[in-house]
Structures are given as structure tokens and as C-alpha cells.
Design a protein around this ligand. Structure first.
Ligand SMILES: Nc1ncnc2c1ncn2[C@@H]1O[C@H](COP(=O)(O)OP(=O)(O)OP(=O)(O)O)[C@@H](O)[C@H]1O
Ligand SMILES: Nc1nc2c(c(=O)[nH]1)N=C(CO)CN2
Length: 199
């Protein structure tokens, strides 16, 4: 500890700043698991999904640990036949980024693939959703964790179950049970298509 007031130009560091830096430091030395859901229904859907996986891997402080099979899925939440089908997949990552930075990175990747936000659940080149971040539960509309609609979406649960059959959705229970209850109508595996795990 340095003696206090030895340099009159040095201002004390506010407690809130010290707490924020300490919190960041804990995250830095303690990577967390996160589950990201990818969806694409415009353009070259497979190429965009692979580009997204690669861009995520290129993120400092983030490693892609598993990539799910690809599913072709009927658009959920919109008038049937009003949009092209989606390709969906899930990636498991380990990251030292805090949740807010992970969301910023997800949005940056969407922008890189020219995602346009017009209407809710509109067609898009790519969507990157944070499904879970460790076992964090929070109600903030900017970043709700787990993703507030994940438990209703077989296009998220099916690929997630493939890469982690024992996965749990915080607040909702085992992914296997949620998926069994929902069923997989309109969520079709595409074993002819494959995403590569970055080397
Ligand atoms: N877990 C989350 N993952 C991604 N975005 C989230 C999450 N929780 C809240 N959001 C917020 O939701 C906003 C809208 O996200 P987005 O445009 O991806 O929605 P959407 O994909 O059309 O619909 P949905 O949220 O139902 O998947 C984002 O700007 C983000 O701030
Ligand atoms: N099949 C499918 N439907 C959707 C998807 C998606 O990724 N796949 N994403 C949505 C908004 O996140 C809305 N509807």
C-alpha cells in the first residue's frame, strides 16, 4: 500500500470503478461457458453460418468448443410461407468476455453479415442469440438470460441437445425434457451439411 496523499494530483479511485475493475478481473481469470444460437434465412445460409462460427472464434477472449449439426427449420413466430426456411445451429463457447461484451460481439458479427433489423422476427442473413451465459439469470431487456424464448424453440433445443445431451436451461430444467415436450415438427436435420469447428 502506498502512503495516501503523497501526490496531490492523484485522485482517489471511486469505489464503483474499483468494483467494476475487480469484477472484470474475476471474469478474465475465470472463463465461462456460453451457448449461442445461430439462425440464417437469407443469402447463402450455410456459408454465413460458417463465417459466423469463424468470426466468433476470431474474437479475443472467446473459443468455440463445439458446433452442432445443421437443421433446416420452418420460420417460427411468423405467418407460414411468409419467409424462407432457416438453417439453425448452436455453438458452445468458453469466454472471458462478460455478458455485455459477448452481446456486443454478437451484434458486430451480425452487422458484418449485413443483418438488417426491420420488423420483429423478420427474415435475416444471420441472428446470433445468447441462450445461456454460465448459470446467470437476469431480466434486463437489453440482455435477458437465459434467452426468454429459448424454451419454446425446438430449433434451438434440438441442436443444443445434440452437442450437450445433459444440458440444463436455467429456470426451465433439462433441455432433453423441454425438447421432448415441444416435439421437433418443422425442425429437420440436414446431415448433408456440416459446419467446421475452427482449428
Ligand atoms: N439473450 C439475448 N440474446 C440476444 N439478444 C438479446 C437477448 N436478450 C435480450 N436481447 C435483446 O434483444 C434485442 C433484439 O434482438 P434480435 O433482433 O436478435 O431479436 P430477434 O432475433 O428478432 O427475436 P428474438 O429475441 O425473439 O430471438 C437485441 O438488440 C438485444 O439487446
Ligand atoms: N425457424 C426459425 N424461426 C425463427 C428464428 C430462427 O432462428 N429459426 N429466429 C427468430 C428470431 O430470433 C424467429 N423465428
Amino acid at each position: 500500500m502506498k502512503p495516501q496523499h503523497s501526490d496531490p494530483t492523484v485522485q482517489p479511485v471511486p469505489a464503483a470503478v474499483t468494483a467494476a475493475v475487480d469484477a472484470a478481473d474475476v471474469t478474465l481469470s475465470n472463463p465461462k461457458w456460453a451457448v449461442l444460437a445461430l439462425g440464417a434465412n437469407l443469402g447463402n445460409r450455410l456459408e454465413t453460418l460458417q463465417g459466423t462460427v469463424d468470426a466468433l472464434e476470431d474474437t479475443p477472449g472467446l473459443r468455440v468448443k463445439a458446433v452442432s449439426p445443421v437443421y433446416e427449420t420452418e420460420p417460427w413466430g411468423v405467418e407460414p410461407g411468409s419467409q424462407p426456411s432457416y438453417f439453425n445451429a448452436v455453438v458452445l463457447v468458453r469466454t472471458t468476455l462478460p455478458p455485455s461484451s459477448l452481446l456486443e460481439r454478437a451484434h458486430a458479427v451480425e452487422e458484418a453479415f449485413h443483418r438488417v433489423r426491420e420488423e420483429r422476427w423478420g427474415a435475416r442473413t444471420i441472428d446470433v442469440d445468447i441462450i445461456t451465459y454460465a448459470d446467470v439469470v437476469r431480466d434486463d431487456p437489453v440482455l435477458t438470460l437465459p434467452h426468454p424464448r429459448a424454451h419454446q424453440r425446438a430449433f434451438v433445443l434440438a441442436p443444443w441437445h445434440d452437442v450437450d445431451p445433459d444440458a440444463q436451461l436455467p429456470g426451465h430444467g433439462p433441455v432433453a425434457d423441454l425438447l421432448a415436450a415441444l416435439g421437433t415438427e418443422g425442425v429437420v436435420p440436414r446431415p448433408d451439411l456440416e459446419l467446421r469447428l475452427p482449428e
